[in-house]
Design a protein around this ligand. Structure first.
Ligand code: NFS
Length: 635
């Protein structure tokens, strides 16, 4: 039995406290769940009809087929592509929500939102082949919103979704089109996966996985549009210095944790909180209102507005155990249902806000974009009321937080490079990759998973890659891990970067006016913001005149957990990027699927999954891949 723990320094104080108070956490429940179901771990349990459940005996003694005749290969393939469909649905619902909000703004129906980045809106319009130069910015917004919503409506299978078609390299588009995996309509592709995995439909594991790849690319499309339109509505990230970990909670403030994913809610809560500080002070909170972030909503407001990050996925419960959170406001995704039980042990209001994400025991505020400010006021008022009930004796905020320089979206990275070469901003990056000062680029993404000591795999792999002069990018809970462990600082660059990487980061950071090097790991944003890393990679590939599968670029999700991570990992592979998983994916019960995703796909698409649970060995494997790519490029 494995018992992993929280590697977060705050845990040393808070886990014993939870035990004393009789509060169970994710680590307790993970331990209680051991041993976990071996059939499920291999992916060979089929529950898609009521003749079952069926499971295949991995040792060959028992059944080798389900009652309908489905083999382990069919069952595994069906299970894993349903995960991809769910991931694509989650990200794309988020994206649709944001696109509809842009339409609402364009039509004057949402006075609580505005267009904060006109320049970005115009450049998106141009990218989508629309007229971005029209003087009437709302007309541009309307066209962009409608074109985006078209990616959920197009019925012509031969016309790919507009966002993916205008984002990736021409060569990659051709390759994906030839394999018939380019999505034409996000909703249709997700529905298609559910239909083909229905009992008695697609039984061919290879055909199924290709269907899953299409779903994963629909996920990518949903992410691109969610990210870019959020920048239009809430601002494009630029470098900002803030802090991370539970020490960002304040004893003398009304602490509101915004948790979930979609900035439509959290951004307005931030704005309204700024206006309600006096009410909080009148309630006795002399430091007013303190907004902190959790999970990817935390990353969204962190990279755009410098709001400090309290916790990533696995430590969301620890935030509540401090006794200092007055309200935790959630929208969608990655919200542990346990938080309402833990909130009830304290004075904490757990506030759900979305029709499709409610939690028993939580207070529900029916959030609508049309009444966003009013709803945010309700939420902040509930937090202030809760603060009045707070028991100061039960407040224990670990004095642990690390500085984090964040906000490195594509524009910010290109902007920093432009300070070295205004005419050709990518040239310094390309030159330094070519001359080996930067050996390669690694994107860290994805979740935490209690199968691993929290955050530890991220930190171990990243330190080794940095020592070997690999440029590090991060999103999501990976970014949260690095922020909490002090790896998004200039000091970390000086401490951990190899000499040539250090010199490059110092030259760029100094020229960009940051008074020193760029931080060791560049925080690109939330999980949907993985599309930003692809944007940078596409720009590099186009500049070099190669496709994405030639770049010395790797990605890593060492602590993956969510269905969304399954979708992201799969599109990363489909885009030609070797992708490391530090968790055993639930596919190994099928030799066909396992070989397909770790080997055969390399010939088809250039990318492939590297499964390595040991972080130190994982770093070595990623370095080998980078070197292999460099050699093939002749650099
Ligand atoms: Ni993405 Fe993982 Fe969730 Fe964000 Fe964190 S758990 S799949 S990183 S918060 S979405």
């Amino acid at each position: 039995m494995t018992t992993n723990h929280c590697n977060d320094p705050c845990a040393a104080t808070l886990i014993p406290l939870a035990k004393k108070e009789g509060i169970t956490t994710v680590w307790d429940r993970h331990k209680a769940m051991q041993p976990q179901c071996g059939f499920g771990q291999l992916g060979v349990c089929c529950r898609i009809c009521w003749k079952g459940p069926c499971r295949i005996d991995p040792f060959g003694d028992g059944p080798q087929q389900g009652i309908c005749g489905a083999t382990a290969d069919t069952i595994v393939a069906r299970n894993v592509i349903r995960m991809m469909a769910s991931g694509a649905a989650a990200h794309s619902e988020h994206g649709r929500h944001v696109a509809l909000a842009l339409l609402g703004v364009a039509e004057g129906k949402l006075p609580d939102y505005t267009i904060r980045d006109e320049g970005k809106l115009r450049s998106i319009a141009a990218k989508l082949g629309l007229d971005g130069t029209r003087e009437d910015i709302l007309a541009v917004a309307r066209e962009v919103a409608l074109a985006t919503l078209g990616d959920f409506q197009n019925q012509d299978h031969d016309t790919p979704c507009a966002w993916i078609a205008s984002t990736i390299t021409g060569k990659r588009l051709e390759k994906l089109a030839a394999l018939h995996v380019l999505p034409h309509n996000i909703d249709a592709v997700v529905t298609g996966i559910m239909a083909r995995t229905n009992v008695g439909c697609d039984a061919d594991p290879v055909n199924l996985v290709l269907g899953g790849v299409k779903g994963a690319l629909a996920d990518f499309n949903g992410m691109c549009l969610a990210t870019e339109i959020s920048d239009v509505l809430f601002g494009t990230p630029s470098p900002v210095v803030t802090a991370a970990n539970l020490g960002v909670l304040k004893e003398d403030a009304v602490n509101i944790a915004v948790h979930g994913h979609n900035p439509l809610l959290s951004d307005v809560v931030c704005d309204v909180a700024l206006l309600m500080g006096d009410e909080a002070r009148r309630a006795g909170a002399k430091d007013g209102i303190n907004i902190v972030g959790v999970c990817c909503t935390g990353n969204e407001v962190m990279v755009r507005h410098g709001i400090p990050l309290a916790a990533n996925y696995l430590s969301q419960e620890l935030a509540l155990i401090t006794g200092a959170v007055d309200a935790m406001v959630v929208d969608v995704q990655c919200i542990m249902p346990s938080i309402s039980e833990i909130g009830a042990c304290f004075h904490t209001e757990i506030i759900t806000t979305m029709d499709d994400t409610k939690i028993p025991g939580a207070t529900h505020v029916n959030f609508r974009e049309a009444t966003a400010t009013e709803n945010a006021r309700q939420i902040v008022t509930l937090a202030i009321e809760a603060y009045k009930r707070r028991n100061p004796q039960r407040v224990i905020i670990p004095d642990i937080k690390r500085t984090a320089m964040v906000g490195f979206g594509t524009e910010a990275i290109v902007g920093a490079l432009a300070t070295l070469n205004a005419e050709d901003p990518l040239k310094p990056l390309v030159d330094n990759i070519a001359n080996g000062a930067i050996r390669g680029i690694a994107l860290f993404a994805g979740c935490n998973n209690p199968q691993v000591d929290q955050d530890s795999s991220f930190v171990t792999i990243a330190r080794k890659l940095a020592r070997n002069n690999v440029l590090l990018l991060a999103t999501g809970c990976g970014a949260g891990a690095f922020a909490k462990h002090g790896m998004m600082t200039q000091e970390a660059t000086l401490e951990y970067a190899g000499d040539s990487l250090k010199a490059v980061l110092t030259a760029i950071g100094t020229a960009a006016g940051l008074g020193g090097p760029l931080p060791l790991v560049l925080h690109m944003g939330s999980c949907v913001d993985n599309s930003r890393a692809v944007e940078v990679a596409v720009a590099l590939a186009n500049k070099l005149g190669v496709d994405l599968d030639s770049l010395p670029l790797v990605s890593s999700a060492p602590e993956a957990m969510s269905e969304k991570a399954v979708a992201i990992g799969t599109w990363s592979v489909a885009l030609g990027i070797p992708t490391h998983l530090g968790i055993m994916p639930q596919v190994t019960g099928s030799p066909v699927v396992t070989k397909l995703v770790t080997e055969t796909v390399k010939e088809l698409l250039g990318g492939y999954f590297i499964v390595e649970l040991d972080p130190d060995r994982a770093a070595d494997k990623l370095l080998d891949v980078i070197d292999e790519r460099r050699k093939a490029l002749g650099i």
